[in-house]
Design a protein around this ligand. Structure first.
Ligand code: BGP
Length: 462
């Protein structure tokens, strides 16, 4: 059969999840507390419907059933994360044997079902003991992270072939240190810059350790949420605003991770505003010589940018938004169920940018998907009829296909997410899964999109 959109033979079809969002069992199996457990304890009202991370989608107890579902819907790969506070409950020191056993079983079960596990080491979930020492503001915590990464490589490196140091490292910077959306709810650009810098250093050090340990045929990378920045017009002031937004939110991690250095223009802005972080001798060389093998790209929506319309008050604390404003593009297509713009071509623009400016680094789409509030209303004949999600995935895949035709080195597509899961302060508000989860009973049901995706992965196209 010839398909209009045929993907390369070894294309990775799958989905992504993260530990805190699916495992549950937050107080079981010897797990220590992380910032999410702690924040929920002290401020439950910051979470949608007051639902915290204790139970989430109970993957901890149901992983076998879930992996069978992954297999059923044609996954040949899946990205999960290890919970640092499950593996090493206090963040450093003693390893928790029950966690070792759990992750070993999960990984082995995936492999036994021909699902290649891609393992991410950090998905927003700092152990609380280390957060209390200053979290990413502390260089000692960077070392604790590297020790944790080494432990994970040592334990699972003989069977995991794809490793990732961080998921969306800019998110804890923005949400935790600029916009008061995540714990520790700090609003301070100087501290935010230090957190960002230490995260990049932590990633480079983990990569160095991985290479020293000579992990069998393994590759290591990072997962970034790349949000292409589009200027309102070709007016130089709009172009500049857009370029600066791109520097702050994309290139602040993309350049050090892939090219091994920060963009000079970003350094200049940080310096002008007296926000330079503390660095150590040898850091420059560390970043230069430990760039990633592979890049995961999370893409949901574009950023629409225009020049600032008023001069910000120079006495107000620094914010990246001193340099640009957002605007809503007239006529844009929307995911009305989540309030995010849908712009499918953005995924192609990212891949072409990687091809042209980042050495065509090996990449894959590590998250792309559609959150839907109140999704149960689309339930019919015992199944969620999520045709909107099928359209969303298909239209993005067409652009991924186009990028491949034009020489992009993109190797796979992971949908966010395998199943409905608990999301950072939004809890179960927006449903993303191929598999719907009844939060009361933990019953799993495939959505219409799951059947569609199964066919796509089996035919390697559509
Ligand atoms: C990404 C995160 C995921 C997931 C997703 C959806 O940024 O990597 O962990 O949460 O966003 O976000 P939300 O549930 O807020 O719509």
């Amino acid at each position: 059969m010839s398909l209009q959109y045929q993907f390369p033979e070894d294309f990775w079809w799958g989905s992504a999840t993260s530990a805190t969002q699916i495992e549950g069992a937050a107080n079981e199996g010897g797990k220590g507390k992380n910032i999410w457990d702690h924040w929920f304890e002290i401020e439950p009202n910051r979470f949608f419907d007051h639902v915290g991370p204790q139970e989430t989608s109970d993957f901890y107890h149901r992983y076998q059933e879930d992996i069978q579902l992954m297999k059923k819907i044609g996954h040949n790969t899946h990205r999960l994360s290890i919970s640092w506070s499950r593996l090493i409950p206090s963040g450093r020191g003693e390893v928790n044997p029950e966690a070792v056993e759990f992750y070993q079983h999960v990984i082995d079960d995936m492999l036994a079902n021909d699902i290649d596990p891609f393992v991410n080491l950090y998905h927003f979930d700092m152990p609380i003991a280390l957060q209390n020492e200053g979290g990413w503001e502390s260089r000692d915590v960077v070392d604790a992270y590297v020790a944790y990464a080494k432990e994970a490589f040592r334990l699972f490196g003989n069977r995991v072939r794809k490793w990732f140091t961080f998921n969306e490292p800019i998110v804890p910077v923005e949400n935790g240190y600029l916009y008061d959306a995540h714990y520790p709810n700090v609003v301070d650009a100087k501290r935010a810059v230090q957190v960002a810098y230490h995260t990049a250093i932590a990633s480079a050090k983990a990569i160095a350790a991985f290479r020293e340990m000579n992990i069998d045929q393994g590759k290591i990378g990072i997962i970034l949420n790349l949000t292409p920045s589009y200027p309102r017009s070709s007016d130089p002031s709009d172009l500049r605003a857009s370029r600066i937004a791109d520097l702050f939110f994309n290139r602040s991690f993309l350049d050090p991770s892939v090219l091994g250095a920060y963009p000079q223009e970003l350094i200049n802005i940080i310096r002008e505003n007296e926000l330079l972080p503390q660095v150590q001798e040898g850091d420059g060389e560390l970043l230069r010589s430990n760039t990633v093998d592979i890049l995961g790209v999370n893409y949901y929506q574009p950023r629409r940018v225009k020049a600032k319309e008023y001069v910000p008050n120079p006495y107000s604390p620094f914010m990246p938004e001193w340099y640009f404003d957002h605007y809503q593009m007239p006529g844009r297509k929307m995911n009305i169920y989540r309030g995010w713009e849908i712009y499918e071509k953005g995924i192609y623009d990212i891949l072409m940018n990687l091809k042209e400016n980042y050495g065509n680094i090996e990449s894959f789409i590590s998250e792309n998907g559609m959150g839907v509030q109140g999704e149960h209303r689309f339930q019919e004949k015992g199944e969620i009829q999520d045709d909107y999600r099928i359209d969303f995935i298909r239209e993005h895949l067409k652009w991924v296909h186009q990028a491949i035709q034009e020489g992009s080195h993109v190797k796979g597509y992971h949908m966010w997410s395998f199943m409905d899961n608990w999301s950072w302060s939004n809890a179960y508000k927006n449903r993303y899964g191929f598999v719907s989860v009844d939060v009361e009973t933990q019953e799993r049901t495939l959505k219409k999109s799951a059947h569609w995706f199964q066919k796509v992965s089996e035919q390697n196209g559509f």
